[in-house]
Write a protein that binds this ligand. Structure first.
Ligand SMILES: *Cc1c(COP(=O)(O)O)cnc(C)c1O
Length: 402
């Protein structure tokens, strides 16, 4: 590992210093495995942050990418794009929503959702609308998305922030209800069903259903950010589907939709989608044949192999093994999550644990300083789940029993 450090630190980088990068360069992937330029192999328990849910170098995705590249990459949205139509249809089938706007990233999907909220407000004659958002939320890095996010670090130095957000504590339904009652300008709620960057925090029982009723009472849109939780990660296509009868008005998707090819989508109910008629919103790259063909193939593969059920089963296995292995460790505060989105909250900040994991050939992530976040590819097998759990258990034991 020391030789890797020297090889990447020789030349001064020409890149912005926006990331603290681990001293390793990956050159190849295969299913749940990554290989660095020194020939070391790593089990990927992060999937490029919930992106490569079908693993790396998936042969069917490689094939459609090559085929589409050799056929047609881009036309812009001035003509019909059959791959985009097909992807929108598939997204509506798996979500129950009616329409899709295809973008290039999560933050762009969020921008589309926020623009829908603004249009919804203006239709109702509300001149200075507000969107209710949660503490510790994460919605992306564009100006409106970071303004919606409940994270001081990502907002610092970027003021003035975009106006029109009212923040309440995540999971606190009475706080949301009273915000609605005291502020008639609230026209939408934007919330993650399980906060990802915020520490893998599932919404408490009854929270999303309660927000749904509050939105109905106040003619507001329920907008769910499923960018991290969506696409089978939690054991259903979308995390809101764990709650019987719940349906959002708007939902954002990205990350695993392209398995690494950049794509995002904002889905909406028919009446809501109509708030953005021709000319009111757009994107040059969004919905291009390549990204849409990949998104569609991702859904096809996930359907054929019932990946949502697989994520549910493996999630139980992973959480179960972590729970028994970490049962008597005093530094473990909580183990939580749904499907293959799992967090282990520890009593102290443990930023170094991701480096210790890497030395053991495992890629993990730490959120909020003290929470190990596991987002492995959904195609891992039982043995790989056990291997992830065993290494993590050992790292935590070593850290808290030393
Ligand atoms: C990653 C993420 C985003 C931002 O997506 P980008 O593609 O990075 O713009 C927004 N919301 C949630 C919940 C995310 O996890």
């Amino acid at each position: 590992m020391t030789s890797t450090e020297t090889s990447v630190s020789v030349k001064p980088s020409r890149l912005f210093d926006t990331y603290v990068r681990m001293p390793v360069s990956m050159v190849r992937g295969d299913g749940p495995w990554l290989f660095d330029d020194q020939g070391h192999r790593y089990l990927d328990a992060l999937s490029g942050i919930a992106v490569c849910s079908l693993g790396h170098a998936h042969p069917r995705l490689a094939e459609v990418i090559a085929d589409q590249a050799a056929t047609l990459l881009h036309t812009a949205n001035i003509v019909h794009i059959p791959q985009q139509e097909a992807l929108a249809t598939a997204l509506c089938e798996i979500s129950g929503l009616d329409r899709a706007f295809i973008a290039n990233s999560g933050a762009e999907a969020i921008e589309c959702a926020l623009k829908l909220a603004r249009r919804h407000a203006h239709e109702r004659g509300i001149a200075r609308p507000a969107v209710l958002v949660a503490s510790d939320s994460f919605h992306g890095r564009t100006l409106a998305a970071l303004s919606a996010s409940g994270n001081a670090a990502i907002q610092a130095g970027f003021g003035p922030l975009v106006d029109g957000f009212v923040r309440v504590p995540f999971g606190d339904l009475p706080a949301a209800v009273s915000a609605f009652e005291s502020n008639p300008d609230i026209v939408a709620v934007l919330v993650e069903p399980i906060q990802g960057e915020g520490g893998v925090r599932p919404a408490p029982e009854g929270y999303l259903a309660g927000l749904r009723s509050a939105c109905d009472r106040h003619q507001a849109l329920l907008m769910l950010d499923e960018i991290q939780t969506g696409m089978a990660r939690t054991g259903h296509w979308f995390a809101f589907q764990h709650i019987p009868g719940l349906m959002p008005d708007v939902m954002t998707v990205a990350k695993a939709l392209g398995n690494g090819v950049p794509i995002g989508a904002c889905l909406a109910r028919e009446e809501v989608a109509r708030l953005l008629p021709a000319g009111s919103h757009g994107t040059t790259f969004g919905g291009n044949p390549l990204a849409c063909r990949v998104g569609l193939e991702v859904i096809n593969i996930m359907r054929e192999q019932d990946i949502p059920a697989r994520a549910a089963r493996l999630g139980h296995l992973l959480q179960g093994r972590l729970r028994s292995g970490l049962a008597d460790i005093p530094g473990v505060v909580d183990i939580r999550g749904q499907g293959l989105m799992v967090g282990i909250e520890l009593a102290e900040p443990v930023p170094e644990l991701k480096d210790r994991a890497m030395e053991r050939g495992l890629i993990i992530n730490i959120t909020r300083g003290n929470t190990i976040r596991l987002l492995p590819p959904l195609i891992i097998d039982d043995d790989q789940v056990a291997r992830i759990a065993d290494i993590v258990i050992d790292l935590v034991k070593t850290r808290f029993q030393a």
